[in-house]
Every structure is written in structure tokens, then in C-alpha cells.
Design a protein around this ligand. Structure first.
Ligand SMILES: Nc1nc2c(ncn2[C@@H]2O[C@H](COP(=O)(O)OP(=O)(O)OP(=O)(O)O)[C@@H](O)[C@H]2O)c(=O)[nH]1
Ligand SMILES: [Mg+2]
Length: 257
């Protein structure tokens, strides 16, 4: 098993919390290889299209990338992945991830089938050295904090320092403020998230694994950026991740379009 009950976590605010475990067929574990993606690897490790490859779920894809979910324990990394992969948010108690797991999902990005191999890391300090070993291979990182937990936000700078130390220089980073459905428990203003993201030059959005808000968008934005980076067509306009996110993102308040 890769999940462990956690009494200390702040998750599950209010109503029964959610065990967003990864028990299904397409998940993998640390040491289980790098996802078994067939195809040739580019200089940045992306599996490039030649002819379509078959993922282990039987889905064809043209190109594959590795995406990592990082952030403090309890911010909702596993739930975000379960929401994206299965469209679900299950009731139950918080089960903290042990080590690292992955799930695959194939997205259709402008007619190209992009496989994201998404690594769900354990936020607990004691697994940090395991996580460090995976940064180097990541093409993109989704860095999460919990909008109802100020310390998870305060720790973002330390996470970014760690990312800069261990990840590739050109890794795509996106900052996500999760649990935005818990409006009454909010401890971090959206503006503070926006400000921090601007300071570090990374795109930002608020998400909810519970309601699903902006979850597809976060992964689609990453998929688009990675696809455009590695498959730029001669007459294609440059894809601007920041602009795309700004245009597509949904706010948590009533008045943001
Ligand atoms: N209200 C609300 N609760 C959430 C949301 N996402 C996750 N949770 C709850 O937060 C707790 C932690 O979620 P996990 O996804 O397991 O957290 P994690 O980041 O994977 O934690 P580690 O595996 O320990 O690193 C669980 O009780 C979830 O039910 C969300 O969007 N809204
Ligand atoms: Mg987890």
C-alpha cells in the first residue's frame, strides 16, 4: 500500500474528509520504471511522436511527459489527481501518501494525444529524499498549497528553493491554491497567491479537488505548454501559458469571470 492514515493532517475540513487513494490499475510505484513509455526520447526526456504509442490503459498517444505534484502533506495532491483522473472526490478520512505513486492520463491537446504521467508525491518531510530523486525527470511541477492552511502557503518559498535545486532548469512550474471550496475556512487570500506567483514568475490558479474547479484546466494548461514546447509547428503562434491561464481560469468569487 502506498497510503497511510494521518491524524495530523488538516484535511477534510467540516464534512467527512476524503481518502483520495490511488488503488487502480494504471497507477505505478517508485521503482516501477519510468512508466514504460514506448517511443524515442527527446533531449529533455519527452517521448516524441513518430507513430502513435499505446499506453498501458490501451489508449494511443503521440507524446508523453512527466508531471509531478508537490507541496505540504494534506494540501490535496492525491485528491487533485483522483479528481483529474477519475472525476471523483470520495468520502472518508485523510490517508497520507507514502513514497510516490503515478497515474497516466491522455489529453487531446489541439488534436495531439498528450500522455501525462503524473507522479503523486508524499508531502511528509520524511519522504523528501525519495521525492528529490524524481525531480530531475519531471517536465512540469504542480506546486500546491491549501488556501485554508497558512503554513502550507508559507512553505511555498521553501518548496520553490527545493525545486530549483533538484529539478531541470526549464521545468514548467504552476502554483495552485487548493480547497477553494472551503470559503469559510480560507486563510490565504487569492491576491496573496497571485502576488507570490508573480514574484516567482509562475502561473497561478485556485483549485478545488472537491468541486473540480479548475482541475482539468491546470493539467490542460501544462499539457498545452509542454506540447507546444516540443512540437512547435512553423506557422503556429507561440503559446503563452500565463495568458492562457489568465483567460481560462475561473475565480472562486461571484464576480470573477
Ligand atoms: N474541502 C476540500 N478538501 C480537500 C480538497 N482536496 C483535498 N481535501 C482533503 O484534504 C485532505 C488531504 O488530501 P490529500 O489529497 O490526501 O492530501 P495530500 O496532499 O495528498 O497529502 P500527502 O499525501 O500527505 O502529501 C483529505 O482529507 C481530503 O479530503 C479540496 O479541494 N477541498
Ligand atoms: Mg497524497
Amino acid at each position: 500500500m502506498s497510503r497511510k492514515k494521518n491524524q495530523k493532517g488538516k484535511g477534510g475540513s467540516g464534512s467527512p474528509a476524503s481518502p483520495c487513494s490511488l488503488p487502480h490499475k494504471e497507477n505505478g510505484r517508485a521503482g516501477g520504471g519510468k512508466g514504460g513509455s514506448p517511443g524515442s526520447e527527446s533531449s529533455n526526456g519527452a517521448v516524441l511522436p513518430g507513430r502513435p504509442s499505446l499506453s498501458n490503459s490501451g489508449e494511443f498517444y503521440d507524446i508523453a511527459f512527466k508531471v509531478m505534484l508537490v507541496g505540504d502533506s494534506g494540501v490535496g495532491k492525491t485528491c487533485l489527481l483522483v479528481r483529474f483522473k477519475d472525476g471523483a472526490f470520495l468520502a472518508g478520512s485523510f490517508i497520507s501518501t507514502v513514497g510516490i505513486d503515478f497515474r497516466n492520463k491522455v489529453l487531446n491537446v489541439d488534436g495531439v494525444k498528450v500522455k501525462l504521467q503524473i507522479w503523486d508525491t508524499a508531502g511528509q518531510e520524511r519522504f523528501r529524499s525519495v521525492t528529490h530523486a524524481y525531480y530531475r525527470d519531471a517536465h512540469a511541477l504542480l506546486l500546491l498549497y491549501d488556501v485554508t492552511n497558512k503554513s502550507s502557503f508559507d512553505n511555498i518559498k521553501a518548496w520553490l528553493t527545493e525545486i530549483h535545486e533538484y529539478a531541470q532548469q526549464d521545468v514548467v512550474i504552476m502554483l495552485l491554491g487548493n480547497k477553494v471550496d472551503s470559503a469559510h475556512e480560507r486563510a490565504v487570500k487569492r491576491e496573496d497567491g497571485e502576488k507570490l506567483a508573480k514574484e516567482y514568475g509562475v502561473p497561478f490558479m485556485e483549485t478545488s479537488a472537491k468541486s473540480g474547479m479548475n482541475v482539468e484546466l491546470a493539467f490542460m494548461a501544462i499539457g498545452k505548454e509542454l506540447k507546444h514546447r516540443s512540437m512547435k509547428l512553423p506557422n503556429e503562434p507561440k503559446f503563452k501559458l500565463h495568458d492562457y491561464v489568465k483567460k481560462e481560469v475561473k475565480g472562486s468569487s461571484c464576480c470573477r469571470s
